[in-house]
Ligand binder design. Sequence first.
Ligand code: C5P
Length: 233
Amino acid sequence: MSVPSEKIIVALDISDKSQALRFLDQLSAYKIWIKVGMEAFYSWGPEIVYEGKKRGFKIFLDLKLHDIPNTVEKSIKTLIKLPIDMINIHAAGGSEMMKRAHESLMSSQTPPLLIAVTQLTSTTTEQMNKEQGISGSLLENVLLYAKLSKESGCNGVVCSPHEVKTLKNAFGDQFITVTPGIRPFIHHSHDQKRVMTPLEAHLCGTDYMVIGRPITEASDPQEALETILNGAL
Ligand code: C5P
């Protein structure tokens, strides 16, 4: 079984400009998304969004906004002037922050999808309990954050692929799941803790899977992407 390219969001976590542009050129034949995260956006700002768009990619601007409601609302108002298709905020910022983000987005004629980060895929239950002071399981917390996100107008959440089925059962198929923590080879998970292979994630029903280092650090990124699309991993 193959993995649809429209589901793949490649994380452009490359700070060297010429290397990043070369990388975009190498993948421009594919109907995939590009995720512009903090590393790329803080390095060159909006320019990288336009470079991605110029090559025909859909753009996910992954800045994980988390601040007081007013600041997030105003930031979104500025960011939606860019040609982006998805933007995200932290659910931990609370319902009011998420609602204001949603309202701000609605001022655009073509609003990007608004996605809330639940718990990062590098977070473990132990870390959440001890360091964030949140009791219970990760899944319980992800479900609570997803519920608040949906009620606040978000289109979906960033979560672990392991949580997709539960979230779809709880909030319906239309509620979008964006899943990082994708590893073609489970034994090389880097700092990600709750991982799954691309094919497994596809079979679990994830809407979009975010893949970074398995493609950006591959000696041949195009070959790495092809292997993933072919469902070989
Ligand atoms: O290299 P890797 O595949 O781990 O990259 C995952 C990307 O997804 C990174 O850019 C990271 O910032 C992002 N991300 C994540 N976990 C989240 C949200 C975003 O790993 N919960």
